[in-house]
Design a binder for this molecule. Structure first.
Ligand SMILES: Nc1ncnc2c1ncn2[C@@H]1O[C@H](COP(=O)(O)OP(=O)(O)OP(=O)(O)O)[C@@H](O)[C@H]1O
Length: 362
């Protein structure tokens, strides 16, 4: 029976010389969670994962697994296992010996470790290939060997660094489903580094969006998508229009946001004060066209681009001081009254669809 444990990062910092890759991040990953560390290249995801694994020293702060402080323990003593992006399989060993390798290092006798390796290969549906070498397998099969090899130590958490990046798009989606199934059946936490928001949304119970060595938001995928905390998160997750301006007026919990050399928009539920910078987001699929807007909840724009996407149409417009504003319209809605590039149109949204974004670090 595999055990599961909570992972806690307490004010963890990583500096490489003068480069601070991770700035005092704190995070709790409950036992049995599928957690995705998500963000653009260089944001500190891999450094964070490698510190949890023990492959990278921690400059300051603590990492706890269950009740144990593992900050200074070597990788093999932490109760975690890591699956590398390149799989790091041994080309000269067959699958059984590849999978049994870490048990050999621990001094487990040959019969026991081979029996356990065969069990793991069975779990990964690789038993028929047990005597093959890695080069005789497909990409998806190699990935399953790497998983079997990581899981043979019965870890409390599995750490995966871009595990799907070497696979073609078709296999990527299939293996994604297999990873989720495996995590659910094992009941341990998976911490999975990815730069794909689609992958994170499909897999995670907890998405940790990182930017420039800091956590911008850590929440369930639906919360991250429906209530992005910051302009960075809204832009990175995509499918949101972000409007930046300054508060020109406040009134009973509602603010007016003025876009430089542009229009005034309104938002409810902001504590921002007059003169402060403010960002709001509106989902691209919540935009209506051709309807008169409630004052402050729309603008007149010029259509700058139209893309047909099958079930929907992506319309881009500019105007009111906004460089690019996107509306995703159902194909039926668009084609019942199609518009053309260069036409002036009304874009509008409902007051409840305005999300007030916070500033990073707040
Ligand atoms: N060994 C190292 N020495 C010096 N700087 C490093 C080292 N490893 C990473 N960095 C720097 O630390 C920052 C974070 O890197 P990290 O690999 O953690 O980011 P990442 O989000 O995983 O990026 P990617 O998606 O490109 O792998 C980057 O600015 C990177 O250049």
């Amino acid at each position: 029976m595999t055990k599961a444990a909570e992972i806690e990062l307490a004010s963890v910092t990583k500096a490489y010389g003068n480069t601070v890759a991770v700035h005092a991040i704190s995070l709790k990953i409950p036992a049995g969670t599928y957690c995705c560390l998500l963000g653009p290249s260089g944001c500190g995801k891999t450094s964070t994962l490698r510190m949890i694994a023990g492959h990278e020293s921690i400059t300051s702060g603590d990492i706890l697994l269950g009740n144990a402080n593992v900050t200074d323990l070597p990788p093999a003593k932490r109760g975690t296992a890591m699956m590398f992006q390149s799989y790091a399989l041994f080309p000269h060993l067959d699958l059984v010996d590849n999978v049994a390798f870490s048990l050999k290092m621990k001094g487990v006798d040959k019969d026991t470790r081979r029996a356990k390796a065969l069990d793991m290969l069975k779990l990964m549906q690789l038993e028929p290939y047990a005597n093959r070498h890695p080069a005789q397998l497909s990409g998806g099969q190699q990935q399953r060997v790497a998983l079997a090899r990581a899981l043979i130590t019965d870890p409390e958490a599995l750490l995966l660094d871009e595990p799907l990046s070497a696979l073609d798009p078709f296999l990527k989606i299939r293996m994604r489903a297999e990873l989720k199934k495996l995590q659910t059946s094992l009941g341990i936490s998976f911490v999975h580094v990815t730069h794909s928001q689609e992958e994170a949304m499909a897999l995670a119970d907890l998405i940790v969006v990182m930017n420039d060595g800091r956590i911008e938001q850590a929440a369930h995928p639906r919360t991250v998508f429906e209530r992005p905390a910051t302009a960075f998160v809204a832009r990175f997750m995509g499918d949101h229009n972000v409007i930046s301006g300054r508060v020109s007026q406040t009134e009973n919990g509602s603010v007016t946001l003025s876009v430089p050399a542009g229009a005034d928009f309104r938002a409810e539920g902001s504590a921002a004060e007059t003169g402060e910078p403010i960002d709001i987001a509106i989902r691209t699929d919540h935009i209506r066209i051709g309807e008169t807007a409630i004052e402050g909840f729309g603008f007149t724009g010029t259509v700058s681009n139209i893309e047909y996407r099958g079930s929907s149409v992506k319309l881009t417009a500019t105007g009111a001081g906004i460089e690019e504003f996107t509306a995703i319209l159902g194909d039926k809605v668009f084609f019942s009254n199609p518009v053309k590039v260069g036409e002036a149109i009304q874009l509008s949204w409902a007051p409840e669809d305005v999300i007030v974004l916070g500033r990073a670090g707040n």
